[in-house]
Design a protein around this ligand. Sequence first.
Ligand SMILES: Cc1ncc(COP(=O)(O)O)c(C=O)c1O
Length: 359
Amino acid sequence: VRVFNFAAGPATLPLEVLEQARAEMTDWQGSGMSVMEVSHRSKAFVAVAQQAEADLRELMAIPPNYKVLFLQGGATGMFAAIPLNLTTPDSLVEFINTGAWSKKAISEAKKYCRVNIMADEAASNYSTVPDAASLRVDPKAAYLHYTPNETIGGVEFPYVPAAGGVPVVADMSSTILSRPVDVSQFGLIYAGAQKNIGPSGICVVIVRDDLIGKARPGTPSVWDFDAMAREGSMLNTPPTFGIYVAGLVFKWLKKQGGLAAVGERNRNKAERLYAAIDNSGYYANPVAKHCRSWMNVPFTIPNPDLEKTFCAEAAKAGLVNLEGHRSVGGMRASIYNAMGIDGVDALIAFMRDFQQRHG
Ligand SMILES: Cc1ncc(COP(=O)(O)O)c(C=O)c1O
C-alpha cells in the first residue's frame, strides 16, 4: 500500500509517474529493454533528454538566452561548481544566510573566492528573512547567492532580492516548480532533483548565457557549464533513469495545468496546514508568517518527549517521515508538488486526533 510520504528528500513522486515507469520498466518503447539499459547516445534516449529540457523550459517559461543543464553531484556539487564557473579567486560573492543550506553553500564557496555575508538571520534563530529594502549588494560582486527556501528551517523568501545588476544565484532545490517564477530575474537557478523534479542524482542548472564560458582552469569538465552546455549535458554518461523520470514528472506537471495551477494548489495545502497548527493551541511553527515555506512545514508540540510517539503513531496511520531534521528535532511535513491535498488533510486529521489523546 502507498503511504503519505512527508520526507524532505528524496521525496514522494507522483503515483502516475511511478506507474508509468513500472509499466515501461522491462520493455521501454518496444525496445525489449528498460530505459536504463539503452545507450545515452541512442536517438531514442537523446529524444527523452531533449523533451525533458523542452518541457522544463515550457513549464518555467525559461527565456532562450538561458541554458538548461542536467548535472551530477547534486546541489552540494553546485556549491563548488558555481564559484568555479562564475568567479576568480579574487572575486567577491555576496551571500544571504537564512539557515542550514545557506551555511553549507557559504562554507563551500569560501574555498574558491572571497565571501561576504551581507545579511544573516542568526538573531532570529533563522526564523525569518531579511527585509527586502535592507539589502545592500556590492556592485562589484560576481553574484549574490541566496536560498529561496530553507528546507530544514521552513523559511521561504516572499521576494526575489534586488541586486542592481549583480547576477542573482538561487538554490531552488526545495522550491523549484512549486509555483511560477520569473527566470529573467536570476543569473543562475539550481536545484537538486530529489524533491520536486525526480529521483536523486541530477541537479538542474538554469544559467544565463553571458555567465558561462569563463570557468577557471582546473574546473572538472563535468562541472564546466559551458562544456556541458555544448554537449547537451552529455559530455559523459548522464543519470539516464533520473532524466527519464524527471521528464515524466514534467509531463505530469503540464497535465496538472502548469505552475500557476500547481502553485495555487500548493498555496492551499500550506495555508490549511499552517491554519491547523496556528489554531490548535498545541502545535507551533516558529517561522515568521510572511516567510513560511509552502514546501517544508516544521512544527513542534509542547512536550518533546512525545515526538517519537507522534511519529510512530502517524506512521501506523500511513503518514511517514514526519521526523524533524536531526539538527533541529520536532516534526517536519514536506508537502512538495506530488503530495496531494488528501495527504495534507489526512495529516491534519491525525494531528487533531493526536492532540485530543495527548494534549
Ligand atoms: C536547499 C537545499 N540545498 C542543497 C541541498 C543539497 O542537495 P544534494 O543532497 O542534492 O547535494 C538540499 C538537500 O536537501 C537542499 O534542501
